[in-house]
Design a protein around this ligand. Structure first.
Ligand SMILES: Cc1cc2nc3c(=O)[nH]c(=O)nc-3n(C[C@H](O)[C@H](O)[C@H](O)COP(=O)(O)OP(=O)(O)OC[C@H]3O[C@@H](n4cnc5c(N)ncnc54)[C@H](O)[C@@H]3O)c2cc1C
Length: 469
């Protein structure tokens, strides 16, 4: 195992100069600090530098470089592949850097690199504004935005990265650079989809949208036995979807949670869910047919506070760090009856009830942005399938992973093989997936930007883009 040693004086100088804390094995909070969201990832960093600000981040980068330490960058720690931690190296932990400031006059939000979606929602919704981020509020905005950021307003305002105005980023040399449409434009292009390859973003600046505080949720739950028909009808209805509606048709089991009637706990269902951001009458008219695809076991559709919908999934994707996870995704240009039948068949035979299979409808504003204008791949696809396999007993790991891979290989046939890079797992063939997902031209360009900002691949624990040359 990689096992660096650091002389005591050097370490003392580093920790003394840190405004935040440096956590090492043996410290009381080491166990908690080293854990990430996915319980399958069990790594033991040498040190965890919990930064308080930009100066701490620069010092940590310099310290790692000078001492030849492997570096992992941690935002919200939700990356399923476990990129936020490492064995033996330094974790540069941004989880204490969560400040968010909303400029209500110019509709601009500035958030520190370790903020979560919930942090941003709290500081924007108070003014009736929102930044399109993801759908589980404890997820970090850092990893999410840098690889895209699919959200409930995806068709209205694009991926999270489409709403970026600028970033402040600490490079491998320990320099702070600003990137926007006017400055360091190559870097600004690359961070919108290219992940954490180019440096540590200490500040994200986004456009905020004045959406008010209420949206309309579509959430009828039908018996899984009706899934083949529900998926077909949902697919057809989505062809006329307005930009205001972003949908996610999923196979799941109703969780044993107080928010659901106890007699339905554990019931396998198909749910053509979605969020309409816009006038209630138009929302109701559009979602009504999705509520009449049969007799729902439960229907919780209706107006709902935006923050409530953002947090609705939180209890079911708990941050207790006890769930093992293995996720895979696939962009699709179509959703044929044959594909639906394969998905439904798998949905009826999931390894356990927590496993969620979802199909999101893409397009809308996100699809109209030209593929070349950001690094993000897959925005021209019509659908995104994700298989979120999840279990608690480590003894089940092998079979759960095998099930996921065989499912993915089956539905991958006939597609471009491109995947959403925020949903990779640790053993995926990242290079092949990135090549298919970015496309040849963007992938080559990303490698050139990597060579410019991180020629030694100092930031290697991510969906890693190797520097050109
Ligand atoms: C429960 C759950 C729900 C999710 N929902 C969605 C969703 O709705 N939409 C969606 O698009 N994705 C979603 N994801 C996927 C998510 O976007 C990725 O897991 C993402 O990596 C999480 O970001 P993080 O900051 O929490 O990650 P971390 O694990 O902390 O970091 C992962 C990697 O991101 C990079 N990184 C993080 N912060 C920074 C930074 N400030 N500067 C530079 N690099 C950084 C680093 O390379 C790091 O290794 C979800 C994941 C989970 C577990």
């Amino acid at each position: 195992m990689y096992k660096p040693s650091i002389n005591e004086e050097t370490l003392a100088a580093f920790t003394t100069n840190l405004a935040g804390t440096c956590i090492a094995s043996g410290n009381a909070d080491y166990e908690d600090a080293r854990a990430v969201w996915n319980a399958s990832i069990d790594k033991f960093p040498l040190l965890i530098a919990r930064c308080k600000g930009v100066a701490d981040v620069i010092r940590s980068v310099n310290f790692a470089r000078e001492n030849k330490l492997l570096v992992a960058v941690r935002g919200g720690a939700h990356n399923v592949a476990g990129n936020a931690t490492c064995d033996g190296g330094l974790v540069i932990d941004l989880s204490a850097m969560t400040a968010v400031h909303t400029d209500i006059v110019n509709c601009i939000v500035r958030a520190e690199g370790g903020a979560t979606i919930r942090d941003v929602d709290r500081e924007t919704q108070i003014f009736g504004m929102a930044v399109p981020l993801g759908i589980v509020s404890e997820t970090g905005i850092g990893g999410l935005t840098l690889c895209g950021g699919h959200n409930w307003m995806n068709r209205l305002h694009g991926f999270a990265c489409d709403n970026l105005l600028s970033v402040d980023l600490v490079t491998a040399k320990g320099e702070l650079v600003h990137a926007s449409k006017d400055e360091n434009t190559d870097l600004f292009w690359a961070v919108r989809g290219g992940g954490g390859n180019f440096g540590i973003v200490t500040s994200f600046e986004y456009t905020a949208h004045p959406i008010g505080n209420m949206v309309t949720l579509c959430a009828p739950f039908y018996p899984i036995e009706e899934a083949a028909g529900v998926y077909r009808a949902w697919r057809d209805h989505m062809t006329d979807a307005p930009d205001a509606f972003t949908g996610n048709c999923m196979i799941w089991s109703i969780p044993a949670h107080e928010g659901f009637p106890s007699e339905l706990h554990g019931r396998a269902v198909v749910a053509p869910t979605g969020v309409y951001t816009g006038p209630l009458d138009k929302a109701e008219a559009f979602i009504q047919p999705l509520r009449e695809l049969g007799t729902p076991l439960l229907d919780i559709s209706g107006p709902i506070p935006y923050e409530a919908v953002q947090q609705a999934f939180d209890p079911h994707f708990s941050s207790d760090k006890k769930r093992h996870n293995y996720w895979k995704s696939l962009f699709r240009d179509d959703l044929t009856d044959e594909t639906i039948d394969k998905i439904v068949d798998r949905g009826m035979n999931r390894p356990n009830p927590w496993t969620l299979i979802s199909i999101r409808n893409l397009g809308g504003a996100a699809g109209r942005i030209t593929p070349e204008s950001t690094a993000l791949g897959g925005r021209d696809a019509k659908f995104m399938l994700s298989i979120d396999t999840s279990w608690t007993d480590p003894k089940q790991s092998e079979s759960a992973i095998a099930w996921t891979n065989s499912f993915w290989n089956e539905v991958r046939q006939g597609t471009r093989g491109s995947a959403y890079l925020n949903f990779l797992s640790d053993d995926d063939d990242h290079d092949a997936l990135m090549s298919a997902s970015y496309g040849t031209a963007s992938y080559s360009r990303l490698k050139r930007v990597k060579a410019k900002y991180d020629p030694d691949n100092f930031f290697s624990l991510n969906q890693n883009i190797k520097p050109a040359g």
